[in-house]
Write a protein that binds this ligand. Structure first.
Ligand SMILES: Cc1cc2nc3c(=O)[nH]c(=O)nc-3n(C[C@H](O)[C@H](O)[C@H](O)COP(=O)(O)OP(=O)(O)OC[C@H]3O[C@@H](n4cnc5c(N)ncnc54)[C@H](O)[C@@H]3O)c2cc1C
Length: 442
């Protein structure tokens, strides 16, 4: 392998970047982690108040645990941590153990091959990667790398409220009044007696709705509106008791209880078209002209998308829908998978036309919302094995992912919420469609 003396650069010191670094250290590979934030797990720290639906055992990478054990660290064993506890109980000690292999306040702003833009073939594979880094003090520098693992997540690029994936009319002008991440609803008094709107249908939206439902139960003058783009509730409440991650299943069940109890107004088929300001309040209007009552707080929890801007000079093969590596997209595409029978993915699935460049972690799922930490730990184990030349370990699958239990009658829905199939993960039956006039009438 050319440039073998250069480090593998890992972008991002989140759960996945740190795990990748631990695997690299274990395999005696030089590694440099570049992290935009001032400390490790900067994205997780922004949702530190949220309790995870995964247990501790599913949140600790095996190589990281092996690295931490000699330091006297004790693996937390039971219970469901908050994001803050995930950091204090595991991610921060892991970052400390990795020491100066992590460079903080170092935002990656570009990745390319040294001296070769995307167009140039000649000698491309022999050139090291050049990673362009902007430091917090405004200076820029470059780092050469023999391989790059992009574990920068999707947290920095939330989706807008606009139903077409672009900001709704007026959304940019009121963006400072909107929350694009789960608010900390523990500051109850801020929300009591006011009107909160939650836009979105994923786990973050469900988590927000539950927190607001609790506030509304204590203070009935609190109004909560939950806006779904889809025309039918469909699988919004998740797999319930059939979810193999019980805490994830309970999220949907609790949200459903609050809706059934009348503490939350569920509005379906509401595609946000326009957002207006009414003094300090926000008014949402849908494509079909419906307008919600003015809101004091609006949380836009419509998911995230990968930031591909700094990868423009690399040759990537990404799925046109999900913006994820094509070989994993079919596995994780929510249009095809109404249930959670997602297979583990590794180096082979993540490989790109640009050799030795890998997207891992939350970013590897592109716009799909179903990423789990354990998925990523399996990815980085396999990718690092591949980079270390251990192809057998890279090809091995060491993980079976839990099913979400969104199966059976709920079936498949198209983007309008219309049922298009009845059984879990089964594509709708093929139907003969007629082109031109029926033969009988010719
Ligand atoms: C609210 C919430 C709850 C979740 N709950 C669960 C759960 O219960 N169970 C589960 O398995 N998963 C859960 N997830 C999903 C997933 O496990 C986490 O999102 C996880 O943090 C993803 O890890 P990551 O390392 O891929 O990305 P991130 O945690 O987003 O880390 C990316 C890191 O890269 C840094 N970075 C970004 N851009 C750059 C750049 N250009 N240059 C340098 N650094 C950069 C960021 O600062 C950050 O530190 C949850 C996610 C969210 C948002």
């Amino acid at each position: 392998m050319p440039n073998i003396e250069l480090p593998v650069v890992v972008i991002g010191a989140g759960p996945q970047g740190l795990a990748a670094a631990a695997h690299l250290v274990e395999r005696d590979q030089a590694v440099l982690v570049l992290e935009a934030g001032a400390s490790a797990a900067a994205a997780v720290s922004e949702w530190g108040h949220v309790r995870l639906f995964s247990e501790w055992s599913e949140l600790v990478d095996a190589a990281a645990a092996r690295m931490l054990e000699p330091t006297g660290w004790g693996a937390p064993t039971t219970g469901y941590p908050t994001g803050a506890q995930w950091i204090s109980g595991y991610l921060a000690p892991l970052a400390a153990a990795l020491g100066d292999r992590i460079r903080y306040e170092s935002r990656v702003v570009g990745v390319s091959r040294r001296g070769r833009d995307r167009l140039v073939d000649a000698g491309r594979a022999e050139q090291p990667f050049t990673v362009h880094v902007a430091s917090a003090d405004g200076t820029e520098h470059r780092v050469d790398a023999r391989a790059v693992i992009d574990a920068s997540g999707t947290w920095s690029t939330p989706n807008p409220a606009g139903a077409d994936g672009l900001p709704a009319l007026g959304e940019r002008a009121v963006a400072d009044l909107l929350d694009y991440r789960i608010p900390d609803y523990r500051a109850r008094t801020k929300y009591e007696g006011s009107h909160s709107v939650v836009v979105g249908s994923g786990h973050s939206a469900v988590t927000a709705v539950i927190a607001l439902g609790r506030i509304a139960r204590r203070d009935p003058s609190t109004k909560v509106t939950w806006v779904l783009r889809r025309g039918a509730v469909g699988n919004t409440f998740g797999g319930g008791a059939a979810d193999e991650l019980p805490a994830r299943g309970q999220l949907g069940m609790r949200a459903e209880e609050f809706v059934d109890a009348g503490l939350i107004d569920l509005v379906t088929g509401f595609r946000v078209e326009k957002i207006d300001r009414d003094g300090e309040r926000i008014v949402l209007t849908s494509e079909d002209g419906r307008t919600l009552a003015p809101a004091d707080h609006v949380a836009v929890l419509t998911g995230f998308r990968p930031d591909l801007s700094f990868l423009s000079e690399l040759r990537l093969e990404l799925d046109a829908t999900l913006q994820a590596p094509v070989r994993i997209a079919a596995e994780v595409d929510p249009n095809l998978h109404s249930c959670g029978s997602v297979a583990a993915t590794g180096a082979r699935d993540l490989a790109q036309p640009e050799p030795d460049f890998y997207l891992v972690g939350a970013k590897s799922y592109g716009r799909a919302p179903t990423f789990l930490a354990m998925t990523g730990y399996e990815q980085v184990r396999s990718v690092v094995a591949e980079l270390a030349g251990d192809h057998e370990a890279a090809a091995r699958v060491e993980l079976q992912l839990p099913d979400t239990g969104v199966c059976g009658g709920a079936g498949l829905f198209d983007s309008t919420g219309t049922a298009i199939g009845a059984s879990c993960c089964a594509l709708p039956d093929r139907q003969l469609i007629q082109i031109g006039r029926p033969i009988a009438s010719v």
